[in-house]
Design a protein around this ligand. Structure first.
Ligand code: UD1
Ligand code: UDP
Length: 385
């Protein structure tokens, strides 16, 4: 029986790793150990409850207003103890967060091979997104197995001299999660039912990027202007729990009965809010991958994106963080139906689902063969010696 440990702890990792945890749990040849760093608390708990995945270890690391530097140290020592105790055959991490990097580095220090899910995303600007781009590059160096969503992600890894035979293009697990969630029966709660029955066009807004902190005022200024100029629109804004973001929202976003400031939504509700929205303005990563499946245009309020596939396909527009540009691009979509329709009709470049099963099949076949290969190498060397 091969023991596979998964390490993650933020909302987007939870959404994208839930299908992988489920697929490992359902496989009779694999043993699953899920370590929740709990880098996020409420926002991750919403996900584990929704997908019904239960951690074997919960590090309970989130503290309000905690600095990344502080989190890294605590996480590293706690993870090391668990890895030493469990001695897994393989550790899976996902994406680009602190949990991803520390999980991979702790695995490396114990000489456990790492599989990186959602490998090969790059902007090649080490400070944007910050610190995610560097987290990805470092994990790319540590990992043995790279589960890339797209061919472009694979090419990024090849440029960094990652071995071709260890890169697998499998699509993004976010599509698995999205398909599973949209197959469930769903009804909005009273508040959201009310919001979506008023006939207004909805702009869905989310912001949380660290490198955007000083630009948030521009994004909110664009929103204020749009609300003032268009009386047939409303904004739904589930605000990230980060207190730095909340402070900026309070300071810069004007009060209006057409701006709905709400708590983070559970993933199922959020997906249905996306479906009911006209356009999304966001600096999120995951939302850029989901929106094409729901036919929603996304204005990406960032200066770089590592999801160029969505831009090339035409579903994402990288609009930067100037108030003028965000206002103009959103106005264009509100008034130019032709432009809107073009962005609505896109096929999702990030895959079609079934990614988690592909990853589990790969773990069982290729990684097992590698393990046997390493065993034979050692034997051969011993004979020669
Ligand atoms: C983290 C990731 C980022 C990812 C984002 C997803 C890093 C460096 N950043 O950023 O890559 O895109 O998660 O949302 O790993 N908080 C709560 N409750 C929660 C979650 C957060 O109160 O459930 C508050 C806490 O005060 C916490 C703060 O938000 O200290 C920031 O959380 P943190 O995980 O450090 O950074 P994010 O901005 O969420
Ligand atoms: N999301 C959610 N509830 C919300 C806002 C977002 O479930 O209120 C989901 C969203 O659908 C996507 C993921 O959270 O799958 C993105 O998380 P986030 O933007 O926090 O992180 P990123 O993807 O930028 O790392």
């Amino acid at each position: 029986m091969m023991k596979v440990m998964t390490i993650f702890g933020t909302r987007p990792e939870g959404i994208k790793m839930a299908p992988v945890v489920k697929a490992i749990e359902q496989d009779t040849e694999l043993e699953c150990v899920f370590v929740n760093t709990a880098q996020h608390r409420e926002m991750l708990d919403q996900v584990t409850a929704l997908f019904d995945i239960k951690p074997d270890y919960d590090l309970d690391l989130m503290k309000p207003g905690q600095k990344v530097e502080e989190l890294i140290g605590l996480m590293f020592s706690k993870l090391t103890a668990i890895i030493q105790l469990e001695k897994p055959d393989l550790i899976l991490v996902h994406g680009d967060t602190t949990s991803t990097f520390v999980g991979a580095y702790a695995a490396f220090m114990q000489k456990i091979p790492v599989g990186h899910v959602e490998a090969g995303l790059r902007t090649d600007d080490m400070y944007s997104p910050f610190p995610e781009e560097m987290n990805r590059q470092m994990v790319g160096r540590i990992a043995t197995y790279h589960f890339a969503a797209t061919q472009k992600n694979k090419e990024n890894l090849l440029k960094e001299a990652v071995k071709d035979k260890h890169i697998y293009v499998v699509g993004n697990t976010v599509i698995d999660a999205l398909l599973e969630i949209t197959s469930r029966d769903f009804q909005f709660n009273h508040e959201l039912k009310h919001i979506f029955s008023n006939g207004l066009k909805t702009i869905l807004l989310t912001t949380h990027r660290r490198e955007n902190y000083h630009e948030l005022v521009n994004i909110y200024q664009a929103i204020n202007q749009l609300i003032n100029d268009y009386d047939d629109i409303q904004v739904v804004f589930p605000i990230h729990k980060n207190p730095d973001i909340r402070k900026k929202v309070k300071e810069s976003l004007q009060h209006s009965n057409r701006v709905h400031l709400i708590e983070p939504l559970d993933y199922e509700t959020f997906v249905h809010v996306m479906k009911h929205s006209y356009v999304v303005i966001t600096d999120s990563g995951g939302i850029q991958e989901e929106a094409p499946s729901l036919g929603k245009p996304v204005l990406v309020a960032r200066n770089t994106t590592e999801r160029q596939e969505g831009v090339d396909a035409g579903t994402l527009k990288l609009v930067g963080t100037s108030a003028r540009k965000i206002y103009d691009e959103c106005s264009n979509l509100l008034s130019n139906q032709l432009e809107y329709k073009k962005m609505e009709m896109i096929i999702n470049p990030f895959g079609t689902g079934q990614t988690a099963t592909k990853i589990v099949d790969l773990i069982k076949s290729i990684i097992l063969i590698d393990k046997l290969g390493a065993h034979f190498d050692v034997k051969e060397n011993e004979i020669i010696g």
